[in-house]
Write a protein that binds this ligand. Structure first.
Ligand SMILES: [Zn+2]
Length: 370
């Protein structure tokens, strides 16, 4: 029977195979990943809504939107489509802020104000005025909108990791940081210029300096979590972060950015590694491998500890991301212990019918399982 059909009508055979896959593939996928919790998009849902698309019909169940772009109309419509709403909260990025508040400008090891690292300008994380400014901003956001969580973005010392050639300066040696370092550790550099103090610290107290910098970043996460829990106890605290493995760029993830996963793991509810393969000139397969590594690195136990919800690249910059690549990275984002995925950006998917179809197929198949 099989041979007869294939000889007489090979096209029909192909059609049967395709139909079989269409019918059975979703159920196969769903049985594989009943644990997937988040089928997300990063960016305002507007580009889909303008096309008359209901996100629920694409299998999407969560939106991650920049806090400044959230308004009541968006919240109402998203809730109407059954979506969970998470606010991206730019934490230590602040070009405009440092220009109007020069006392918060990060200082490098030469005692000079740092330059913007392409589009990122990190603010000094210990400057009291800036801290107060951000904490107040978060509280106001939470008092205005009911959210499912807040995702901190740019939580690291001044640097740029999203480009193929990262910018990784030594910071911050401003008076606030030097004073706090001494107060917290008891290490007192000899009198001298900022440049001399920085050189002394990096020569004589490098491990303590790196540890202290990591603790400053954890303190930010702890402060923001405290505000979050006071205002909305059920909401989650997430972190968008650099995906580098510990050894990459001479350990720059901890050494320069100040990310200590062992410490952060006690505070962060959900980690969202920014596995932007196109921007970082990696292969699409790197995404899955990286999430596998990170799952091991966090040592996630079932139903315990932080979760991983990855963010992958759909955006055509600095090169075109094909629909096939997009599928690979979207699936890769769910590797290891990851229980959620979203893409940068909603607009990049909405403007490409093939990418919409890929997202719909994967998300709809996962939807059957939860
Ligand atoms: Zn500083």
């Amino acid at each position: 029977m099989k041979d007869t059909v294939s000889k007489k009508d090979p096209i029909n055979v192909r059609r049967i195979i395709v139909m079989t896959l269409v019918i059975f593939l979703p159920s196969c996928l769903s049985s594989e990943r009943p644990d997937v919790e988040i089928r997300g998009i990063y960016g305002h849902p507007k580009p889909f809504w303008e096309q008359g698309i209901n996100l629920k019909d694409l299998g999407v169940n969560a939106v991650f939107v920049h806090s400044g772009a959230i308004d009541q109309e968006m919240v109402s419509r998203a809730r109407g489509e059954g979506l969970r709403i998470f606010a991206e909260f730019a934490t230590l990025n602040g070009k405009n802020y440092v220009e109007s508040h020069p006392e918060s400008w990060a200082i490098n090891h030469k005692g000079e104000k740092v330059e913007a690292a392409t589009w990122f300008m990190g603010v000094c994380p210990t400057e009291p005025g800036f801290r107060e400014y951000r904490f107040t901003q978060l509280r106001k956001l939470l008092q205005e909108f009911e959210l499912d969580g807040v995702w901190m973005d740019y939580v690291h010392w001044h640097a740029q990791f999203e480009d193929p050639q990262p910018v990784l300066p030594e910071t911050c040696f401003c008076d606030h940081c030097l004073d706090k370092f001494t107060a917290d550790t008891g290490v007192q550099p000899p009198d001298g210029t900022t440049r001399e103090k920085a050189a002394w610290i990096l020569t004589n107290s490098d491990p303590l300096w790196r540890d202290w910098r990591c603790k400053v970043i954890v303190e930010w996460a702890t402060e923001l979590k405290s505000i979050l829990k006071q205002e909305q106890p059920e909401a989650l605290l997430g972190l968008y972060h650099c995906p580098w493995q510990d050894h990459e760029f001479e350990g720059a993830s901890r050494r320069i950015l100040g990310l200590d996963y062992d410490l952060l793991g006690d505070v962060i509810d959900v980690f969202s590694p920014m596995v932007y393969h196109g921007r970082m000139e990696r292969s699409p397969q790197w995404v899955g491998a990286n999430i596998d590594w990170f799952s091991q690195r966090l040592n996630i136990q079932k139903d315990k500890g932080p979760k991983i919800w990855s963010i992958v690249q759909a955006y055509d910059d600095p090169r075109i991301i094909s629909a096939a690549e997009f599928e690979t990275v979207l699936r890769g984002g769910l590797s290891g212990k990851s229980t959620g995925v979203m893409m940068f950006t909603s607009n990049a998917v909405a403007e490409d019918k093939e990418k919409i179809a890929i997202m719909r197929q994967l998300y709809s198949s996962l939807k059957q399982s939860n």
